[in-house]
Ligand binder design. Structure first.
Ligand SMILES: *Cc1c(COP(=O)(O)O)cnc(C)c1O
Length: 390
């Protein structure tokens, strides 16, 4: 017997769910070259336009000259270097927590935090629409795993009644495929009332949200008691790579002792930490990036509503256009591409069945003229699709 991979791939294709990787032949940014074609892109997570910023590049280069390119070992052996440590201290100060711990990426930070905090005999409660890494972490932990209705504190409260052992409530801050915010004040209230801990993965909130880019926790003015476990990723608005968990002294020491995805991996390149220190400084001080981004979000929403597109309940730079059918979502994405625009169709299983969408993301690197080009093309394509349908 052998694995029948070809049959499985054929089914995937027939379901309009086959995925392909576009080849990016330029740096990340609004104007890219993909598979040989120059395109105006609205699909990266570089919300503040820092991924290709000259000062961040310069910091990386200087860091490589000073510290070399490889971490060389895990943090607990001899891979924890001065730039990593400085970045952790800066992130702790930024988030207003006693400490922060640097991970290689967000996927590993989530696996590490959840599995270090709960295990068999405990309970983990997650929003149904949480990022895949959080759901995987919950399953891997071996704790009793239950999902509550999307952003529904009442549904959470019911599940908290039946929870046993240490209980961890886990949610995205900004939901990555919808762009809406978690109702953190209500979730935090329910969790605290039952002595459970709330863990927030704010991958998409740090940078765009909060007066100083401090994300959803700053947006709602919540305390470290409300959100004892705060996760941020560095590959989105920070424009670099990596992730962190911020919290109490005891939390961070526990992760260092027990988080296997922290312990059993090589530290990230120290030069990368140098680059992130610079992007953190830009993220905190260059308010015009957040303000410009908000202007673009408003412009896009007004324009899309005029066209008659179905938007979601989002004021973040994640502005999905709900389509429903996977085939139609792919078709619309292709029509835009023929007009020189790149917007990805997001299909199940990344999103629930029947809720395929175009995931438009905006960046401070976009201009108002570029957003207008997108709106014009959407208007044109949408009319053509409606016509085809009739
Ligand atoms: C992107 C993302 C992650 C994963 O972070 P990486 O650093 O890319 O591994 C985790 N959680 C959420 C909500 C994300 O959007």
């Amino acid at each position: 017997m052998s694995f029948d991979l070809s049959a499985r791939l054929a089914v995937r294709r027939a379901d309009n769910l086959y995925r392909q990787r576009p080849l990016l032949e330029s740096p990340q940014g609004p104007q890219v070259v993909v598979d040989g074609q120059p395109l105006l892109a609205f699909c990266n997570n570089d919300y503040l336009g820092l991924a290709n910023h000259p000062l961040v590049i310069e910091a990386w280069q200087a860091g490589a000259s000073r510290w070399g390119v490889g971490g060389g070992a895990s943090h607990l052996v001899i891979g924890h270097s001065t730039p990593h440590h400085a970045l952790e201290e800066a992130l702790a100060e930024f988030t207003g927590r006693p400490r922060a711990l640097l991970f290689s990426n967000g996927y590993m930070a989530n696996l590490g935090a959840v599995t270090a905090l709960v295990g068999p005999g405990d309970t983990v409660l997650e929003d149904r629409l949480n990022h895949a890494s959080l759901l995987d972490a919950g399953l891997l932990s071996g704790a009793r795993f239950n999902r509550y209705l999307h952003n529904d504190a009442t549904s959470l409260a019911k599940r908290l009644e039946k929870a046993c052992g240490n209980t961890l409530v886990v949610t995205d801050g900004v939901f990555s495929m919808d762009g809406d915010l978690a109702d953190l004040p209500a979730l935090a209230r329910e969790a605290r009332a039952k002595g459970a801990w709330l863990m927030v993965d704010d991958a998409h909130g740090f940078g765009p949200l909060g007066a100083k880019g401090g994300g959803i926790v700053e947006h709602f003015g919540l305390s470290a008691q409300d959100v004892p476990v705060l996760v941020g990723t560095l590959g989105k608005a920070f424009g670099t790579s990596g992730a962190f968990v911020a919290g109490s002294e005891e939390l961070i020491e526990s992760l260092i002792q027990f988080a296997r995805p922290y312990i059993y991996t090589t530290s990230q390149p120290p030069a990368l930490a140098c680059a992130t220190l610079k992007s953190l400084e830009l993220l905190r001080t260059e308010h015009w990036r957040r303000e410009h981004l908000n202007t673009l979000v408003g412009q896009f929403r007004r324009g899309a509503e005029q066209i008659g597109l179905q938007l979601m309940d989002s004021f973040t730079p994640i502005q999905p256009i709900m389509i429903g059918d996977s085939g139609r979502a792919v078709r619309l994405s292709q029509m835009l591409r023929e007009r020189g625009l790149l917007v990805t169709a997001i299909r199940p299983p990344t999103v629930p069945a029947g809720s395929a969408r175009l995931r438009v993301t905006l960046s401070a690197a976009h201009t108002e003229a570029q957003v207008q080009l997108l709106l014009n093309a959407l208007d044109d394509c949408w009319r053509t699709m409606e016509f085809d349908h009739a």
